[in-house]
Design a protein around this ligand. Structure first.
Ligand code: GRG
Length: 304
């Protein structure tokens, strides 16, 4: 087991390093074709928001779900980096005073604290559009139809029916009591959708059969739910320095979560069931899916 954890940690670190290196290379001051100029302050704020650590779970899911179907690793890295750009945009905007109003993210000052609010909004906007630039760029070696499929899916996951819509439901929950079903829906949109898409992206990149895409999508849904449950538990049990973001926010904001509704023991039992479901879904792939199973375990056992 220790050997597995060590190998997994090395894999996660290697993925994080590759994502960082690629995004550093992309976020340079030289304008690209059809761009006019890249303002330095905006670029620095974008870099602060995207090169400030982070576990890079979503890119790792893209890379491993691509490897499972023998897809191209360099392409998977680019799609993973695009998804990470969307994720980081959502974190920057989520931390703003008008949203969660947080001053700590990944153990560092949030972008609006390190810069200012307007710059943080714009850095988030620019990271969102960057994601579509990365996917459509010639350097992403995929057929045009596959790029369109990825762009279309990512747009839906990120927009009104996904992240942004989930955030609106979340904000509504600050003033009205949400039902259990409403909490499940908002979490599937706010957290689950991008994780699910990260798992689906691999079979899309590798042009795998529809049945495999659906199976990986179900796997993504199970671990997305587990991710949020684990996050809600960490909010209660972990401290701010370990989390790298303010701990105890759900409790202090009296925010309803599945953990606040059903309790810690129920959440732990749910996590056990979700892990089992995730493992069962990958059984047809045998040993080839070992690394994806390790990610599922990491998601529920992580400390931040
Ligand atoms: C578009 C404003 C706007 C918001 C969209 C996704 C979202 C809504 C907000 C993000 C903030 C948040 C608390 C989302 C829940 C999912 C979550 C726990 C994200 C943190 O993901 P990790 O743990 O973070 O992968 P790192 O820092 O490791 O990347």
């Amino acid at each position: 087991m220790t050997e597995n954890i060590t190998a997994f940690d090395a894999n996660l670190r290697d993925c994080a390093h590759q994502v960082r290196t690629l995004l550093e290379k992309i976020l340079t001051v030289q304008p690209k074709h059809n761009e006019i100029s890249r303002p330095e302050k905006l670029l620095l704020a974008m870099r602060h928001g995207v090169l400030n650590g982070g576990k890079r779970i979503r890119p790792l899911l893209v890379m491993e779900s691509t490897t499972l179907f023998d897809g191209n690793a360099a392409t998977a890295l680019r799609i993973g980096a695009a998804i990470e750009a969307v994720h980081c945009y959502s974190l920057i905007h989520d931390d703003l005073p008008a949203m969660d109003n947080d001053d700590l993210r990944r153990g560092k000052p949030t972008v609006h604290i390190a810069f200012d609010e307007a710059t943080a909004i714009l850095a988030g906007d620019a990271l969102l559009t960057l994601a579509f630039d990365i996917i459509s760029d010639d350097a992403t070696e995929l057929p045009a139809t596959t790029k369109i499929e990825l762009i279309s899916s990512l747009s839906r996951v990120a927009g009104c029916g996904g992240l942004v819509g989930g955030q609106i439901f979340d904000l509504a929950g600050e003033h009205n009591e949400l039902s259990e079903q409403e909490i499940i829906t908002l979490q599937a949109m706010k957290t689950g959708a991008l994780i699910r898409f990260s798992c689906q992206a691999g079979p899309i990149i590798a042009n795998a059969p529809i049945a495999d895409r659906e199976r990986l999508s179900e796997f993504g849904a199970a671990i997305g739910l587990a991710f949020q449950l684990a996050d809600d538990l960490l909010d209660i049990t972990a401290d701010t320095s370990t989390l790298g973001k303010t701990a105890g926010k759900d409790v202090s904001a009296a925010k309803a979560t599945l953990v606040s509704l059903h309790g810690v023991d129920w959440a732990k039992r749910q996590l056990g069931g979700l892990i089992q479901q995730a493992e069962d879904l990958l059984k047809p792939y045998g040993d080839l899916s070992k690394r994806l199973v390790q990610i599922a375990h990491y998601i529920i056992e992580r400390k931040n």
